[in-house]
Design a protein around this ligand. Structure first.
Ligand code: DGI
Ligand code: FE
Ligand code: FE
Ligand code: FE
Length: 188
């Protein structure tokens, strides 16, 4: 089983300093969210440590993994490469670090876009990545406030902000980003 120190070392060797420090803040935020929502604190910690594991992988290597592994949706290749590090990261922490916990792999995989029917752990990592104290997005303070009392509401606000932001920049929106938004609306 992957221990804490090995996980941190693996991430440290793969990430730039600023991204490593972002990860430290995501972990702290995710643990707080897990404690407040009676979620699995251990899984929240490990999924957050690993969430950006593939952030700096070579784009062509990520493309090859997406083509090669039947579990990864091929339509990722039609969208911005920034979206690839979650799904490819889940694959690589499984292959390279031996992580085989499906709940942790899911949270790593969907941390950028969200998806339909997110688990509590998926929501915690998605949200912690969005609201960690280093983030400066417009509207993030409102999402932080919502996260203190309502995980679904806060995830809905985060996904709405992201969709608005992407549309204001004339950027494509990955279907899972819409699926997360639509699904969270019904849980409102
Ligand atoms: O890896 P991080 O920087 O910590 O954060 P992240 O994995 O949430 O990535 C954030 C970026 O991904 C941000 O610039 C918004 C972008 N993003 C999220 N959903 C979509 C998206 N970009 C596109 N093109 N389409 C999406 O659906
Ligand atoms: Fe990320
Ligand atoms: Fe991140
Ligand atoms: Fe509400």
């Amino acid at each position: 089983k992957l221990d804490r120190q090995t996980a941190w070392k693996a991430v440290e060797s793969r990430l730039k300093k600023e991204r490593y420090e972002h990860t430290e803040r995501v972990v702290k935020t995710a643990i707080e969210l897990a404690e407040r929502n009676d979620a699995d604190v251990y899984r929240a910690e490990f999924a957050s440590i690993l969430h950006d594991y593939a952030k700096y992988r070579d784009r062509e290597e990520m493309r090859r993994w997406i083509l090669k592994d039947h579990r990864l949706p091929k339509d990722l290749l039609d969208y911005h490469h920034e979206l690839w590090h979650g799904p490819v990261g889940a694959l690589l922490v499984e292959r390279e670090l031996g992580v085989n916990d499906a709940a942790i792999l899911s949270a790593v995989s969907c941390h950028t876009t969200g998806k339909k029917n997110m688990s509590m752990l998926d929501k915690i990592v998605f949200l912690a990545d969005y609201i960690e104290p280093g983030r400066k997005f417009p509207g993030v303070e409102d999402v932080r406030k919502a996260a203190e009392s309502d995980l679904n509401e806060a995830c809905l606000m985060a996904s709405r902000n992201t969709i608005r932001f992407l549309m204001s920049k004339n950027q494509a929106v990955y279907p899972d980003t819409f699926h997360a938004y639509n699904d969270l609306l019904t849980k409102h």
